[in-house]
Design a binder for this molecule. Structure first.
Ligand SMILES: [Cu+2]
Length: 624
């Protein structure tokens, strides 16, 4: 297999212009919305072998796949049969012209109260991989999430011609894409988010300890002995540990985090408020993890082996994870729903909230282990799933698959190729999209720790949650604040069409995955140190060539800030179109950071008010 030149691709374009091959997606009458009904309940389940109360969607965890054709109208009827206020956000969906369906309580709607229902209406204007999740409190940690796939319109140019020029292989890849398989990656806790939040408020400590990694809602608890932990301890972890030892959950103990808190924050930690089972008291479970059967049938004679497209979705609460499928070199073909020129990779770094579409080719029938290992310093945490590849008429190789990474996400051999997302990922086609060369405004913000290590701030101030409060208070979308610029609000005037956001992270911070609602952003650059310039143009004139990329930057909805050192700032520069009127949240996607106040609101073109349909303007709880 080799990469083709772009001209080689053009010669093959016709081979790609196939009719859509989407299995199982019934036709919707022209002009009618594709509708899904989602019933949210609060029930007992044991995703990793430990039973707890959690959210289910239509009785499932994760929630069912919401699948659309590009261009379709969407109608999602959500019934809240749980005891909690909630809402559903469609992560990465730009919500062009439908800001009232973005699902953020206090901003775009009042929360859906227990016994009530809400109908989200939007247009599937962009193809790709997304996910839906609660945007109330930290209900993501209670399992309220599921996948969204929007199949490309017929005629969409795809990057597979850069992987193979064989027309039959291309047809097989096209079929694989139509049957794409979601891989929702999560870090899971046994404590409910409500109980955990209460402990966090009383202890003033961020709880950097989870119980398991789950893939598609399945996993098991892996407890390590001190001897097993020892070779997996990272230098950063050693720094946090000092003279302490890892807990039985392989976490830096609360005492270690309290010591950090005492160094950097005025509000002192109170570790007596932390129940012992939050950081320790590990109990191994042997639950079966996710097994995905991939079968090459007798009639499947398109090409040797089998192509499979996986949608890797970072439905994570905290951890950044390395993902690797044993023995298979995959191709990363899309980031956050946008096609890129394929990048070969044995392992992929996945940050909270990001999505990657990857293409795998299976030849030898075998059970292949998919490994997921947290790379974050505070905890050793890993899990796995199995891809069970069977081919008609061929015996299955029973030998265990050979890993490329260890339980810490480190490569086991020097030839392992890692895609970490920080480097170039060229849009496909090359001219698919590009940021404006000029901007109308530049907004500079800072972010970092607040008064404790459980409080997180933009511009020095934690944003109070609007998730609950008075359930019927008017959301900001219905009462925009003209011209308001404060620590939590950026107001972009209607006449601005492109805007830069310069984010400076204060010293001593971990990486923060920045997620923006509405329009995606271009990642122009990031670095360690201060960003003293008032515009990107000024920075570009002084920084080394290539530090700011206006030519072919990544188009994403989630991107991570560089970790800052204990003495230095770090920075991230994002360029974004502000042509989609609405109130859009920009926030860190780590649940404890969002909950701790690390969010802002962008009022895009709201100065003249927004013409919200009566259905949403008049919405009150409608009991079912
Ligand atoms: Cu963060």
């Amino acid at each position: 297999m080799r990469f083709l030149s772009l001209s080689g691709f053009n010669a093959l374009k016709s081979a790609l212009l196939l009719a859509p091959l989407v299995a199982g997606l019934a036709v919707v009458p022209h002009g009618q919305p594709r509708r899904y009904d989602l019933a949210l309940t609060w029930e007992k389940r044991a995703p990793d072998g430990y039973e707890r109360d959690m959210f289910l969607v239509n009785g499932q965890f994760p929630g069912p796949l919401l699948e659309f054709h590009e261009g379709e109208k969407v109608e999602i009827f959500v019934e809240n049969k749980s005891p909690y206020n909630t809402s559903i956000h469609y992560h990465g969906i730009e919500m062009l012209g439908t800001p009232w369906s973005d699902g953020v309580p206090g901003l775009t709607q009042i929360p859906i109260q227990p016994g009530c229902a809400f109908t989200y209406r939007w247009t599937a204007s962009q193809h790709g991989t997304y996910f839906y999740h609660s945007h109330s409190e930290s209900q993501v940690n209670d399992g309220l999430y599921g996948p969204v796939v929007i199949h490309p319109a017929p005629g969409t140019e795809k990057p597979y011609g850069l992987i193979t020029e064989d027309a039959r292989e291309l047809k097989a890849i096209e079929k694989a894409e139509a049957e794409r398989i979601p891989l929702l990656i999560g870090d899971w806790r046994h404590m409910t988010s409500e109980a955990e939040l209460e402990v966090s408020r009383n202890s003033h400590i961020e709880h950097l300890c989870f119980d398991s990694i789950i893939v598609n809602g399945k996993g098991n608890v892996n407890c390590l002995t001190p001897e097993q932990q020892q070779p997996l301890i990272t230098p950063g972890q050693l720094g946090l540990l000092g003279n302490l030892s890892l807990t039985s959950k392989s976490c830096v103990p609360a005492e270690g985090l309290a010591a950090l808190s005492d160094m950097i924050a005025p509000v002192k930690a109170n570790i007596s408020a932390i129940p012992p089972d939050l950081f320790g008291e590990c109990a191994t479970t042997t639950t079966a993890g996710e097994v995905i059967a991939v079968t090459k049938k007798k009639c499947d004679t398109l090409s040797p082996g089998k192509w499979v497209v996986f949608d890797v979705i970072g439905a994570l609460s905290l951890h950044t994870v390395m993902i690797s499928l044993d023995e298979i070199r995959t191709y990363v073909v899309a980031i956050d729903g946008n096609y890129i020129s394929p990048i070969p990779a044995d392992a992929l770094l996945l940050v909270n909230g990001q999505r990657y579409t990857i293409l795998a080719h299976f030849v030898t029938p075998k059970k292949y282990t998919l490994r997921v290992s947290a790379v974050s310093d505070p905890q050793i945490l890993f899990g796995h799933a199995t891809i069970d590849y069977q081919a008609h008429g061929q015996p299955q190789d029973s030998s265990p698959s050979v890993p490329s990474i260890n339980e810490r996400g480190m490569n086991l051999t020097s030839d392992v190729v890692i895609f970490d997302g920080m480097h170039a990922a060229l849009p496909f086609p090359a001219d698919a999209h590009k940021p404006s060369a000029d901007v109308d405004a530049t907004y500079k913000v800072t972010m970092g720790f607040g008064r404790s290590i459980a409080e997180f701030v933009f511009n020095g101030t934690a944003r109070p949650s609007t998730d609950n409060g008075n359930g019927n208070a008017l959301p900001l979308l219905l009462s925009p604040q003209p011209g308001l610029q404060d620590n939590h609000t950026i107001t972009v005037p209607s006449e601005s069409s492109w805007v830069d956001y310069v984010i400076q992270v204060t010293p001593g911070n971990p990486p923060h995955p920045i997620h923006v609602h509405g329009r995606h952003f271009y990642v122009l650059g990031s670095g360690v140190g201060a960003f003293p310039w008032s515009t990107v143009a000024e920075a570009q004139a002084e920084l080394p060539a290539g530090a700011i990329n206006l030519n072919n930057p990544q188009l994403r909805d989630t991107f991570v800030t560089p970790a800052s050192s204990m003495t230095e700032l770090s920075w991230l520069v994002l360029r974004r179109a502000s042509d989609n009127e609405g109130v859009w949240m920009i926030h860190c996607h780590i649940q404890s950071h969002l909950q701790g106040g690390m969010s802002m609101v962008i009022q895009d073109g709201t100065d003249g008010g927004i013409d919200v349909p009566e259905e949403y303007r008049a919405y009150q709880c409608k009991a079912q």
